[in-house]
Unconditional design. Sequence first.
Length: 226
Amino acid sequence: MTTNSPLSLLFGRSPVKPMQEHISKAHACTKALEPFFQAAMKGDYVEAAKVREDITALESEADKLKKDIRAHLPNSLFMPVPRSDLLELLSMQDRIANRAKDISGIMMGREMRIPEEIQPLMTKYLKAAISTSKRAKTALSELDELYETGFGSKEISFVTGLLGKLDAQEHKTDEFEIKMRRALRDIELNYPPIEMMFLYKVIEQIGDLADVAQRVGSRLQILIAR
């Protein structure tokens, strides 16, 4: 929605839409991990390289948005929330894009093979992490309503419910991470140790992706609690 409140007209550009655009771009990075992993599981690193290029381009676009937001963010005096809180929220959003790029980079650099025995579980784990990112994006989609209503209690209650779902999804991803580590432990002696070491790193990074998405929610919670 377009913000036409007297305050926004008085003080100019609102940071809300750019913040929402930024997390949409960051989430697009995580969504691209799904086709990247599909190609990697087939051992098709020609296709994976193409998807990796998309992820890198999206991360670069997100980085440009981040810099633009920082350059044009109004003084706290002219906003209903502290400027520092919005900057912290932006930093967390940016880490979502960074993690997606890191994950694809680790795998691309070594052209890693994911053992067939764990591919189905890996797919579920990855999708759970991507869903966490999506829930963070959904919560941020309400930021304009929060601004427009002056952080009214009804809208805060609604957003709090969304944040609860985000926390639950992150917890679900944590459970998948435990299963992934156990599954890898059961087969690790059948594969080169160095490959297993990097695969554990990928598992850790996927879990961190979900954790960072959850921290976006935590920063938003702080924002609405002020």
